[in-house]
Ligand binder design. Structure first.
Ligand code: HEC
Ligand code: HEC
Length: 251
């Protein structure tokens, strides 16, 4: 009896693993940074008829200028929809377009939400507060997130970035910016860091220098070496105190 039960459990667990791995959706990301200029041309000739020249969707229910929709989206999901179409809706498959073109058009879709004015402001916020760790070009010092890492960026939705910026990332040097930056400044920064994925997103203002040099490393007392130093010094101090008291008593 016992061995039969064991076999049934084994089969059930294997089934669960098979089902969950089959339903996990694939992650798509581009091989190189995407071009907005090229994406704009592809958009105007293939997509604007349904989605509108301004992206606000003349006949499509998906509005690319809507913050509510865009902050919950990611490029990998967009790529899936553009490549395979959306069944049960008018959104057709564009698998006939070269892969590079599908990625360029996605870069252009993001610019309907990332308005230039916010990106310019975000650039200021980033230069002053973030570039010290994340790098002027967004590629990050060791340990800080790399905004030019295309495979990671493809699955990031802006709302995740906003939450991490607001709450910090525990266990890392990334702290909460809630009390230093207004809600708008945090959104401007999120919009700006999204542009590091694109090859030709140019802004006019020069990036300001960081206000103080920063390093993504942990504070010394939070490292293993630091903790060891604290323990050894405390032990030594107690030992010296002990010798001192013993010396007093022996007098
Ligand atoms: C024939 C009309 C039509 C054309 C042409 C079209 N779309 Fe769509 N698209 C739609 C409709 C309708 C939806 C909404 C589908 C839904 O949410 O049910 C949609 C939704 C989308 C979405 C959102 C999918 C998601 O993840 O929820 C993306 C991204 C998209 N389209 C990109 C494009 C791009 C890029 C092009 C051009 C290469 C394009 N579409 C051309 C009709 C169209
Ligand atoms: C002291 C160094 C430091 C500063 C300053 C800093 N960051 Fe970070 N940031 C980090 C580290 C370290 C991480 C965690 C690394 C990771 O998530 O891979 C991180 C993570 C993030 C993430 C989350 C990425 C993810 O995993 O989804 C975002 C978004 C971010 N930083 C944006 C900012 C912005 C915007 C600023 C400026 C307002 C800023 N950071 C300032 C070090 C820093």
């Amino acid at each position: 009896m016992g061995s039969i039960n064991w076999k049934i459990y084994f089969i059930l667990i294997s089934l669960c693993i098979m089902i969950s791995s089959a339903s996990a959706s694939a992650i798509y990301y581009p091989d190189e940074r995407s071009s907005i200029e090229s994406g704009k041309k592809i958009y105007l000739s293939n997509c604007a008829g349904c989605h509108g020249e301004k992206g606000d969707g003349s006949t499509s229910p998906f509005n690319f200028t809507s913050s509510e929709k865009m902050i919950k989206s990611n490029s990998s999901v967009f790529f899936d929809s553009i490549t395979n179409g959306i069944s049960g809706s008018a959104m057709p498959s564009f698998s006939r377009l070269p892969k590079k073109d599908r990625w360029d058009v996605i870069a252009y879709l993001w610019t309907f939400w990332i308005d230039r004015q916010s990106a310019e402001k975000g650039k200021m916020v980033f230069g002053k507060n973030c570039a010290g760790c994340h790098g002027i070009k967004g590629d990050g010092l060791p340990g800080a997130f790399d905004f030019t890492n295309l495979s990671q960026m493809a699955v990031k939705q802006p709302s995740i970035f906003f939450d991490r910026l607001t709450q910090g990332v525990s266990g890392t040097a990334m702290r909460s910016w809630k009390s230093d930056l207004t809600e708008n400044e945090r959104w401007d920064a999120v919009k700006y860091v999204f542009t590091f994925q694109f090859s030709d997103y140019e802004l006019t203002a020069p990036i300001p220098a960081p206000t103080r040099p920063q390093s993504p490393g942990k504070e010394w007392h939070n490292t293993t070496g630091g903790v060891a130093i604290i323990f050894v010094s405390a032990g030594l101090a107690i030992f010296i105190l002990y010798l001192f008291i013993r010396g007093l008593k022996e007098r």
